[in-house]
Ligand binder design. Structure first.
Ligand SMILES: [Zn+2]
Length: 456
């Protein structure tokens, strides 16, 4: 016999625009977001530019120029936070070899990623939340390893965001593990990210989310001359790059082509990011990356992980990958004076808020399903309490009409089953676990409920 177990239900928000109101800011996450410093971000970007080039074939031994000096400096900066982490932060190089005749990198080279891992406070919690940016830079020609390649926006802005998060978050106590990645090899084929994604797959990492930050500091466009530091893009794949026959069958059965895991993560970044960061609109772009292009999140998607790209809304192609020079009266080159540091600060904030909220959240509910027995205009959802980690204080049921991009309603329930007066034919649903202090997990998109849901 089916039993209705929810004890109370309340509506968190309904707005005609579909936007969600602020639920509650966790004062601790707010404090960390407020700590992000424009000045430190600018200092970091200028320091990275001072290495002249961070080309993948540039010097690894010169103490002040080239990619080697850059990764050594990044590692040393991250290591400064080991004491405040009480030994939970570990900073390591991850090496891999790429290149050779006929390849984009013309000779074999061993490159290094800098990986800072903030171990979770709960040793039984195997979840990892990954955040990345790339440390290499380039100009037009693939193998020009000596020209000035400042890469201030692409992607010193992302590295500065990561460094700032390591400084601020290392003292925090998060049950899940956070992995901060400064990756090399991006500009020649995402090699550093490919290496990490393969390693994660091989070692069977339980990755909740991967956030790739590539170019988060340019606020004006070339040609169209738009200027906007109040919008940032989150790119997410729709139909996953990695999809088994079984996943495809479930997608067709549920009409879930707009509800893959990356899409749920993107919606989560919008909701949580905007909860904590003022004057920033997170704009979801429903594609994996820019038209026909990719980034360091792509290898993670291909390995079956949940990964998105965070990127400025407007790009300036007079600057990207150009040798600094005045051409037809226009100053070209990716120089530090063109980075909008206030914009980087806000974009760092949405990253920090998302990662912190996820790392504090309970595990996702399991076996989420819609009950399909009998014809009814109501919808019964059923799920199972997560088998690991803290027990959720309850669950959020997310609801939207099928043609809407964002969740429109968010309802708190306790128990593991609920019946709502919304037809499953006309609405999509999502289910999140939520802690007593309001940290929610990513949303699970329900399939068909199994006949008997077991309890822990
Ligand atoms: Zn880039």
């Amino acid at each position: 016999m089916r039993k209705l177990v929810f004890s109370f239900v309340f509506l968190v928000t309904i707005l005609p625009t579909g936007a969600q109101t602020i639920i509650n800011r966790d004062p601790e996450i707010s404090r960390m977001v407020d700590e992000i410093s424009c000045e430190r971000i600018e200092q970091d970007v200028r320091k990275l530019v001072s290495f002249h080039t961070r080309h993948n074939l540039s010097s690894q031994t010169d103490p002040s120029k080239g990619i080697g000096a850059a990764w050594n400096w990044i590692k040393a900066e991250m290591e400064k936070s080991i004491p405040v982490s009480e030994g939970r932060l570990e900073v390591k190089f991850e090496e891999y070899t790429v290149g050779g005749q006929g390849q984009r990198i013309a000779r074999p080279v061993t490159l290094k990623n800098v990986i800072a891992t903030l171990r979770g406070t709960d040793s039984s919690d195997d979840r990892k939340i990954l955040i990345s940016a790339h440390l290499d830079s380039r100009v037009q020609l693939d193998n020009d390893s000596t020209s000035f390649a400042p890469g201030a926006n692409d992607d010193a802005s992302g590295i500065a965001a990561i460094l700032e998060m390591v400084r601020i978050m290392s003292a925090g106590k998060f049950p899940a593990t956070i992995v901060f990645m400064a990756l090399s090899g991006e500009e020649h084929g995402l090699y550093g990210a490919r290496h990490m994604a393969a390693k994660a797959k091989e070692e069977n990492w339980n990755i909740v989310a991967m956030l790739n930050n590539d170019m988060i500091g340019n606020s004006g466009s070339s040609e169209t001359l738009l200027n906007d530091n109040m919008r940032v893009r989150v790119f997410s794949e729709g139909v996953p790059a990695y999809e088994t026959e079984q996943m495809a069958a479930l997608r067709r059965y549920t009409s879930g082509e707009n509800d893959g895991k990356a899409r749920q993560l993107a919606r989560y970044i919008k909701e949580v990011g905007e909860r904590y960061v003022d004057q920033l609109n997170v704009t979801l772009v429903f594609r994996n990356d820019r038209f026909g292009r990719g980034g360091d999140h792509s290898p993670f998607c291909q390995e079956g992980f949940t990964a998105v790209r965070i990127c400025e809304f407007n790009e300036n192609y007079d600057r990207t990958h150009k040798i600094p020079a005045v051409v037809n009266g226009i100053q070209e080159g990716d120089l530090p004076e063109y980075v909008d540091y206030e914009y980087v600060r806000k974009n760092t904030g949405i990253n920090l808020a998302t990662v912190a909220n996820l790392a504090l959240a309970p595990f996702e509910p399991e076996n989420c399903g819609i009950v399909v027995s009998g014809l009814t205009n109501k919808t019964t959802l059923r799920w199972v309490t997560p088998s690991k980690g803290q027990e959720p204080a309850g669950y959020y049921i997310l609801i939207r009409e099928t043609y809407q991009p964002l969740w429109e309603k968010k309802i708190f329930v306790t128990g593991t089953e609920v019946t709502l007066p919304y037809s499953k034919d006309n609405y999509f649903f999502g289910i999140q676990s939520v802690s007593a202090s309001g940290h929610e997990s990513l949303a699970l998109f329900p399939g068909q409920a199994r006949r008997q849901a077991s309890q822990r």
